[in-house]
Design a protein around this ligand. Structure first.
Ligand code: ZN
Length: 287
């Protein structure tokens, strides 16, 4: 057998393996009653999973190579071969995994030429919406120069790549948050938040608390080497956290919450907060 043939058999095997992994991941997510709409839009062989002993972060995603590097603890028997079953993961591990899977989804939409190509009709121009939010919400942000002192803030004008990262991290934080809280609420009540009103109420209440406490905040790595020497990452302040409008779009277009659930959450949000957030973004052109 030539080395070319051997290599093509190898890559065929790898494709089949990632296809099986993806099928399993979707089935297990369903078993856990977690919302998986965006995962169904990603082709099975798109992400290359790798495992490593990561010291600083629990996971990394490299868009240029569609590579997801997860901590070895997320692999089957911690052997670094394939992904551990979702049903065996802790809620925290699932939060990390979904955060990274969302990065992969944005990468997939960006590289598949969205928004002109309506990717299986699911995305509905998510990248276009993201670009508008990037321009009007993430171009100038408030940061917390000292992470522990949440009330001390400074203003920063972000470069193109910084504001795109800040948006992507903010959105991924929300996706991870949504999954973790869904799992917690369902674990306590035993049943899907889409089928049990009590669990749905709990989840919505947690969402309100998260907005009030300013938990839905992203970060970016400063481009300027001088600033990077001071801080590897800059965390956004509460006033630059996720907007309600962004949360609704992510719930609907990424996670796939039903309209009824979203309108209930919106009603509750309207009662809880008159307007603590000043979103300068126009509501027009939102799909
Ligand atoms: Zn991230």
């Amino acid at each position: 057998m030539s080395s070319v043939e051997a290599a093509s058999i190898q890559s065929e095997k790898a494709r089949a393996a990632s296809g099986r992994l993806w099928e399993r991941l979707l089935a297990e997510a369903e078993q856990l009653h977690i919302l998986t709409m965006f995962l169904k839009a990603i082709p099975p062989e798109f992400i290359h999973f790798e495992f490593d002993d990561l010291r600083t972060y629990a996971a990394e995603y490299h868009p240029s190579e569609h590579r997801m590097i997860l901590n070895r603890s997320l692999s089957f028997n911690a052997a670094g071969g394939t992904l551990k079953p979702l049903t065996k993961m802790t809620h925290k591990e699932l939060e990390v995994l979904y955060h990274e899977l969302f990065h992969a989804y944005m990468d997939y939409l960006s590289s598949s030429g969205e928004p002109s190509a309506e990717v299986s009709g699911v995305s509905n121009g998510l990248i276009a919406f993201a670009r508008r939010q990037q321009a009007c919400r993430y171009g100038e942000v408030a940061i917390t120069p000292v992470v522990q002192r949440k009330d001390e803030t400074e203003s920063r004008y972000l470069a193109e790549s910084e504001s795109w990262e800040a948006l992507n991290e903010t959105w991924a934080v929300f996706i991870g948050w949504a999954i973790w809280n869904q799992l917690e609420v369902q674990h306590k009540g035993g049943g899907s938040i889409l089928q049990h009103q009590h669990q749905a109420d709990q989840w919505m209440q947690r969402l309100e608390m998260a907005f009030q406490k300013g938990e839905l905040r992203g970060y970016y790595v400063p481009e300027d080497p001088d600033e990077r020497r001071v801080a590897q990452k800059r965390f956004l302040a509460k006033q630059s956290q996720l907007s309600w409008q962004e949360a609704v779009v992510l719930m609907k277009q990424v996670l796939g919450f039903p309209d009824k659930f979203i309108s209930q959450a919106e009603k509750r949000h309207g009662l809880a907060v008159l307007s603590t957030q000043n979103s300068n973004c126009q509501m027009s052109n939102v799909q």
